[in-house]
Write a protein that binds this ligand. Sequence first.
Ligand code: NAD
Ligand code: UD1
Length: 346
Amino acid sequence: MSPSHCVLVTGGAGYIGSHTVLQLLLTGYKTVVIDNFDNSCQIAVNRVQELAGDRAVNLIFHQIDIRDKAELKKLFASTKFDAVIHFAGLKAVGESVQKPLMYYDNNVVGTLTLLEVMEAHGCKKIVFSSSATVYGWPKVLPCTEDFPLSAASPYGRTKLMVEDIFRDIYASDSGWKMIMLRYFNPVGAHPSGYIGEDPLGSPNNLMPFIQQVAVGKLPALKVFGTDYSTKDGTGVRDYIHVSDLANGHLAALRKLSDPEIGCEAYNLGTGKGTSVLEMVAAFEKVSGKKIPLVISGRRPGDAEVVYASTAKAERDLNWKAENGIEEMCRDQWNWASKNPYGYQSK
Ligand code: NAD
Ligand code: UD1
């Protein structure tokens, strides 16, 4: 895949999508973004355009739901896509437990619809947003791509189902080239502070929570469990800067041109584990803000320690995360302090 190619990005107005679209544009790809704005907004797309400067001419946006087959067919009939990067989906674990039908419909039916239209138009190259959640509660660390897979929530099952669908499609037709990227914990923002994560409603994940405490929207961070067998008793995760994650997608796109590639999963993480308290300390250091803590019990369903083996991605994709925790916190704070109310900030 070379920069003159045209890539369709589903969910490209979202957190990881917007950062990836910017990298695609800056690298020279023609990029068509579709999003239904379920968890994003037009301003994010406008800001990507501004950051892309002259390259913004290569960005086309359509407000389309991936489950709308008629609209997808029209799009594929009018444009020849060399590959698809598929981010569109719902991602709140707790909500998926409350509303499983909504999650299966959006994440599984939506993906099936996309794959059907791709196949009908002879576009058989796709990069998919999977998740470290498919490793369940890992018994051995670091997580390697050949670990047994499991899921602890309807959200996790949608990721696992889509991965299985990919493997079945490839088994039936080796003309497909399919890369499943298993993200660990994406955090941070573009260094400009102009695009970042803007979750609608109350945050679920650690970093958006810390951010909202730092800007005074929430009084304190609840620490879910201090009795784990970890360095300080709090949960350990593999946080990865969203810019590194975006670059991982460009590496995956390039890999789709490798005649040897079939259907493969790759971890995108740093290979390093960081505890909740270490993350808080790093954020306090760069922001100069005190994050008040409330010690709570363990969150049901939480794993103790999760971090990636990065060996396969380094070897096959020639990709490695470059940013550490300090850069992640610095860029998160830069985004948060410039946009305390996300994209709705004045
Ligand atoms: P996000 O919510 O910011 O982005 C997803 C985008 O998809 C949003 O802009 C949303 O409006 C759009 N969308 C949702 N349903 C759609 C539909 N039916 N049609 C068209 N657009 C639709 O989330 P994100 O953090 O950028 O995540 C992107 C992908 O990565 C998701 O599939 C998510 O499950 C996966 N993922 C995210 C994380 C994480 O922690 N952020 C971790 C692992 C995997
Ligand atoms: C969550 C999702 C997982 C998804 C992953 C990637 C759940 C149960 N799992 O996992 O499916 O793939 O994000 O984004 O939601 N923490 C606190 N206080 C908080 C929030 C979190 O102490 O307010 C702790 C957690 O207990 C955990 C760590 O911070 O130890 C990270 O939590 P979180 O950001 O929610 O990510 P994951 O638990 O990895």
